[in-house]
Design a protein around this ligand. Structure first.
Ligand code: CDP
Ligand code: MG
Length: 144
């Protein structure tokens, strides 16, 4: 299985609810390794740049406002099939559609305030990791 890296974000609603530790614990318990980690708060410009693929969507303005409404916790998760496995742990975008036991099903309020972000493909993972981290931020040798 290919070792992948993916970008994860605990969104402002997750941080405000005190769920950062719980969410990171779920990733680690599932065997994903944290290869980089930081807390930050996005400016509106940064939120718009991060979500630029969605700029034509009706929810873009509201989503970008939400994403800079408070601190976020950003991590790089590493492991076999990490991109798909992270999204599996997150659950569907709309918590009402998410499988039981997933992060979004258990904690998210609605389709916008859905607690976590995770990259959706190798190309987006690489772009999104580069948005927050430089190569020297990525710790090596943490894999079990
Ligand atoms: O985050 P995910 O990849 O599951 O979903 P997306 O389709 O890439 O959308 C990015 C984010 O936009 C979602 O996580 C939601 O926070 C938000 N969104 C929304 O507010 N309303 C929608 N109808 C779809 C997405
Ligand atoms: Mg997405």
């Amino acid at each position: 299985m290919a070792i992948e890296r993916t970008l994860s974000i605990v969104k402002p609603d997750g941080v405000k609810a005190g769920l950062t530790g719980e969410i990171l614990k779920r990733f680690e318990s599932a065997g994903l390794v944290i290869a980089a980690l930081r807390m930050t708060r996005l400016t509106m410009q940064e939120a718009q740049a991060f979500y630029d693929v969605h700029q034509e969507r009706p929810f873009f303005e509201s989503l970008t406002k939400f994403m800079c409404s408070g601190p976020i916790v950003v991590s790089v998760l590493e492991g076999g099939d990490a991109i798909r496995r992270n999204r599996e742990l997150m659950g569907a975008t709309d918590p009402a559609q998410a499988d039981s036991g997933t992060i979004r099903r258990e904690y998210a309020s609605n389709i916008e305030h859905n607690i976590v972000h995770g990259s959706d493909a190798p190309e987006t993972a690489s772009r999104e990791i580069g948005f927050f981290f430089t190569e020297s931020d990525l710790v090596r040798g943490v894999r079990r």
